[in-house]
Design a protein around this ligand. Sequence first.
Ligand code: PHE
Length: 340
Amino acid sequence: MSLNEKIQSISEAFLKDKNDFNSGLITFEELKNKYLSRKGLLSELYPLLNDIPDSDKPVFGKKINSVKNEISYEINQLIDDENSSSDSSFSIDSTMPGLDKLSGSIHPLTKIIEEIKSIFSRIGFSTIYGPEVDTDYYNFEALNIPKDHPARDMQDTFYIDKETLLRTHTSSSQIHFMEKNQPPIRVISPGRVYRNEDISVRSYCLFHQIEGLYIDKNVKFSDLKGTLDYFAKNLFGENVKTRFRPSYFPFTEPSAEMDVSCIFCNGKGCNICKYSGWLEILGCGMVDPEVFKFVNYDSDLWSGFAFGVGIERIAMLKYGVKDIRMFYSGDVQFLKQFKL
Ligand code: PHE
């Protein structure tokens, strides 16, 4: 085979090997070694120059160089292509099972809040929101809790400065709303509240409440009882019974706490209701006329009731959650139980 034919055959062999490389039959290393290494096909051509007449050497020397340049250029091109389409040498395995898609869930507290909103919206209550950072006036003063009133000890407050605080209850929303609106009023106001309490399975430094406020002409305690009994039955089931125990809040008079018959033992007595047959659910009462004075309502004309429900307590009862801290843990194992 003449030198010319040899050069030609190497060019042709390279075309075939390039195809084989593209179809994955040979590796990049094999291709490179075969043509470009010191013992590769191209290096083998140079000694053959010794066998041809001196006058032909420059021509053939050039020819060999140009084939070598072409092939090494093409080989480098192949590695560039491979890098840019990063994994093209690993073909896609379409039979591999796909990755599981993580779908979010509704936080249990949000679920309860939405449920309660919907129960009250059916009897004409709309939803309003108040600020979480508020002043002493809205959280205490205007709710008939003056500066040195012992009732302030009922709620350990996070103060930001002397006048500014994190609200300790959603009752502050009542004042904000009444200041800007005239009766009749039918609103609920859900949101976060904060108390500087020791953290345990039962209490946390923040929790959620839903406040309710109903003001109209001739609103009586029986309206409060009827409304909250409707609420309890819709939340826990038709068979649930309610009872009202006298209590004390500075902003309601009279004040009460509402219990529902234990949803676990139907009132027979179990360790969850501490064998009383009843579970305490909310605080409520008729709005104290003193509060009306702060928002310039005529208490001869208007009367009303208010209530405050603890959301965590309801969620713990309904979902059987034993530790209040789970609600704030962000624990996916816990949260994913609450699908839509
Ligand atoms: N704000 C009271 C609390 O946090 C609950 C309440 C609201 C009581 C409205 C009566 C009326 O304990």
